[in-house]
Design a protein around this ligand. Sequence first.
Ligand code: DAH
Length: 343
Amino acid sequence: MIDEIHAARDEALRRVEAAAGVADLDGAESALLGKRSALAALRQRLGALDPDERREAGRALNEARARVEEALAARRSELAAGARADRLEAERLDLTEVVPTRRRGHLHLVTQTRDRLEDVFVGMGFVVAEGPEVETDWYNFEALNMPPAHPARSMWDTLYVDLGPPESTLLRTHTSPVQVRVMQAQSPPIYAVMPGRTYRRDTADASHLPVFHQIEGLVVDRRITFGDLAGTIEAFTNAYFGPDIHTRLRPSYFPFTEPSAEFDITCVFCKGDGCRSCGQVGWLELGGCGMVHPNVFRAVGYDPEEWTGFAFGFGIDRMTASRHGIDDLRELLSNDIRFLEQF
Ligand code: DAH
């Protein structure tokens, strides 16, 4: 009798395991535990046994029934989880937007300009360096020959960061502090360009942005002359704008160079004849430059008797605008796809 009970239990467990779905399992449940089940038939026979055997067989039957019920419950939750996963998969919606177009994105015009400028300078033997946008007063002003309260500091409307002592941390107003960092990090000779984002407390208008981009150049070597500076600027201008665009230097003042100059390029619109874009002068203002001031060399521990150098810096956004005939710098930041797509 005990063997028969175990055989019926094992057979029932196999059925439960083999059930393919919840409906199948419902059918199996009544067949295995109902009135016509093998276990029910065995129970019918208990009455014919003598009392000891009956007790033993009764316990075995109860245990077998409990095992089968347990297996049914486990298999039921397993099948329900599978059914739920299947339903979720079937109901899944693909929300990935597919824009039916062959147009692809591209780099922003200012980034393209920056890349091209870097290429031109790398072709001339320069390396590219970068520095932080959040600077200290020392790098942005003091090391560039502008001690505290130097009147030339007012040439840059500065945005300060609320960090450390008042006015000690700022958003760099030009890329010139990167010159100082490059000189600190290595010894001459140096031939480097340093592009990056710069900040000034300006209200945006057609020709000013509070956040803009500059590229800085620095050469430090022995016996560098103003002629090397003028030649480098002319060579770069020809390479970038083409052979009919030239440069001229006008005397100017920057605290970190002596002598200093501003450099202009032939007006790209009228090629020098004079037009509205250049105010009839035939030239467009591009940037500042000069021979590195001895005090800048001293700030980084270079001997100004031994080393000479020149530096320059100009705005990438304005240069982009003049090359592509953009009459309002704010277009570069408006994120208007109709504008951006043109370049
Ligand atoms: N840093 C200057 C500015 O933002 C531009 C400049 C002038 C950079 C002369 C130079 C330089 O390296 O020699 O207005």
